[in-house]
Design a protein around this ligand. Sequence first.
Ligand code: 2NE
Length: 275
Amino acid sequence: VEWQPVRTYEDIQYHKAGGIAKIAIARPHKRNAFRPRTVVELFDAFADAREDPQIGVVLLTGVGPHTDGKYAFCAGGDQSVRGTAGYLDEAGVPRLNVLDLQRAIRSLPKVTIALVAGYAIGGGHVLHLLCDLTIAADNAIFGQTGPKVGSFDGGFGASYLARVVGHKKAREIWFLCRQYNAQQALEMGLVNCVVPVADLEAEGVRWANEILEKSPTAIRCLKAAFNADCDGQAGLQELAGNATMLYYMTEEGTEGKQAFLEKRSPDFRQYPWRP
Ligand code: 2NE
């Protein structure tokens, strides 16, 4: 794959190639822990991928290995900038802006695939969880640490985790704060497959290309449908928005707008009341 750089950031790397966007957290000295700036940059890259009609799949990953040879997807919030009310940005303002990023990843009308090598821990674990699919390297390690480090994610990090692995396992993950290897993650349905670390990106590109052969609108509506099941009215809004988009694309929907613009009554009688 010939990755082309899109924009230059401080904390992340952003590339595109043939319908695929690759967003990588680039703070390997911190096991790719995120600070508020990292999250702002991730948000910006995801927004760009959303707007680009050529992009159908986003790969989210972490730059590695670090100089000590260890890999990380993301080790969660950067504890060294954690203040009394959140993670402090450069101006000293406390933020939990990763929650906005979680929603952006979840409602992106394109497929997100987490490529996890090394640690996916804490808020970093939640980021992989929120991606539609996860491909784990054989060295991947998963876990939550909140109750150990004075934090918790009672949003998607708890309820959606329980949807994915079941309540017993989700409560174990949060209450005991253990680490799980790639094989254990596969067995509990937390990841889609495990590959040798050297093959991780190639496998992600293979999955992405298979998805890119499919109907974008079908995938878009399916993703919204999966989300709607657990996202309440926000999920229904997302799903219904797709129905509106499809209606706008019909002659029947266009007739209403056209009649208004032409200052005449709409003629909906030409359209059937389907069984
Ligand atoms: C990830 C883990 C298990 C890796 O352990 P190891 O032994 O391989 O590496 P080490 O030596 O702990 O880490 C290497 C360097 O990365 C920094 C470390 O401080 C260390 O720096 P130096 O001593 O070399 O200078 N580092 C690693 N993770 C960091 C972090 N999250 N913040 C700042 N620096 C970090 C091990 O490092 C670990 O357990 N890390 C902490 C994981 C964690 O607890 N994350 C926060 C959870 S809370 C959260 O993410 C959150 C939330 O709950 C709700 C909302 C938003 C966020």
